[in-house]
Design a protein around this ligand. Structure first.
Ligand SMILES: Nc1ncnc2c1ncn2[C@@H]1O[C@H](COP(=O)(O)OP(=O)(O)OP(=O)(O)O)[C@@H](O)[C@H]1O
Ligand SMILES: [Mg+2]
Length: 242
C-alpha cells in the first residue's frame, strides 16, 4: 500500500466527469507532479483528496487510514495540507497573522502559534514581509504565504496547486528551492503546475491527465517525450525545443 492511495476516484459535476477513474499511489517523501490541460481535473482531484468536493466513488487512503468520508478539517488534522490555485489570504491581517492562523491547527496558545509562524516565515524567506497586511503583498509573496500558512499546520503531505503561476523566472527559482526544502524536511509533495520548468525540474515522478483520465505516468524525462502528452498538452513546439 502506498503512503497516499487514490483508488478509482470519480468526481462528477452534473453530467461532466471531472475526475474519471483515477488510480495512483504516492510514496512517502517524494515530489509527485500532476499536469494536464486546463479543465482536465487536476484541482478537482485535490478537492476530492481533502473532501472539499467529495468523490462520487472510489477510495482515498492516507497512511493506511481511509479518508474518503472524513471531513476536510479531519483530513487536515491527519496531516494533509494544501494551497489554493486562487490564493485565499486573510486580506486585512498581517502576513504573520495569516501564518499563525495555520499554526492554530495544532495549538491553542497564541505564543506557540506565533513562534511556529516565525519559524515557518523564516523557512519560506518571508521574514521581511511579516508585518505587512496580506492584501498588499505582491503575487509571488502571496503564493509563498499560502505555502507558509499550510506548513504552519505541520502537514506530512502537502498539495500545491499552481504555486508558480504568474511568477517571473527568479521567483520560480525561489519557490522551486522552497519545495525542495519542504521535501527535504520529510514532507511528501503533490504538485499541480503548468510551468514546465518548475514541475519538470522538481518532480521525482509525474502523471498527465486529460478529460479526468490518466494518459501517461513516468519520470519528467519520460513524460516530456510521451507522444500522448505532447499531443494533448505540451504541443510539438515544446517537444522540439527540449
Ligand atoms: N465547482 C464546480 N462546478 C462545476 N464544474 C466544475 C466545478 N469545479 C470544476 N468544474 C469543472 O470540472 C472540470 C475540471 O476542472 P478543474 O478545475 O479540476 O481543472 P484543472 O485541471 O484544475 O484546470 P486548470 O489547469 O485550468 O486549473 C472543468 O470542466 C471544470 O469546469
Ligand atoms: Mg486547477
Amino acid at each position: 500500500m502506498a503512503y497516499l492511495d487514490i483508488n478509482h476516484v470519480v468526481r462528477k459535476f452534473g453530467g461532466l466527469v471531472a475526475v474519471n477513474d483515477i488510480t495512483v499511489g504516492l510514496e512517502q517523501g517524494e515530489i509527485f507532479g500532476l499536469i494536464g490541460p486546463n479543465g482536465s481535473g487536476k484541482t478537482t482531484l485535490f478537492n476530492a483528496i481533502n473532501n472539499y468536493y467529495p468523490a462520487n466513488s472510489g477510495e482515498i487512503i492516507f497512511k493506511g487510514i481511509p479518508i474518503t468520508r472524513k471531513s476536510t478539517h479531519e483530513i487536515c488534522r491527519l496531516g494533509i495540507g494544501r494551497t489554493f490555485q486562487v490564493v485565499k489570504p486573510l486580506r486585512r491581517m498581517t502576513v504573520l497573522e495569516n501564518v499563525m492562523a495555520g499554526a492554530f491547527l495544532r495549538t491553542n496558545s497564541a505564543t506557540k502559534a506565533r513562534d511556529k509562524a516565525l519559524e515557518i516565515l523564516n523557512f519560506c524567506e518571508l521574514m521581511p514581509r511579516k508585518d505587512m497586511p496580506a492584501k498588499d503583498l505582491p503575487i509571488a509573496d502571496k503564493k509563498r504565504m499560502e505555502i507558509a500558512r499550510s506548513l504552519a499546520g505541520d502537514p506530512e503531505l502537502i498539495l500545491l496547486d499552481e504555486t508558480a503561476a504568474g511568477l517571473n523566472l527568479v521567483e520560480i527559482e525561489v519557490v522551486m528551492a522552497i519545495v525542495r526544502k519542504i521535501r527535504d524536511s520529510g514532507i511528501t509533495c503533490f504538485v499541480v503546475e503548468h510551468v514546465m520548468k518548475f514541475i519538470m525540474g522538481i518532480s521525482d515522478r509525474m502523471m498527465c491527465i486529460n478529460f479526468g483520465k490518466e494518459i501517461a505516468r513516468g519520470t519528467p524525462r519520460e513524460i516530456a517525450s510521451h507522444p500522448e502528452v505532447i499531443k494533448a498538452y505540451l504541443g510539438e513546439e515544446y517537444a522540439k525545443g527540449k
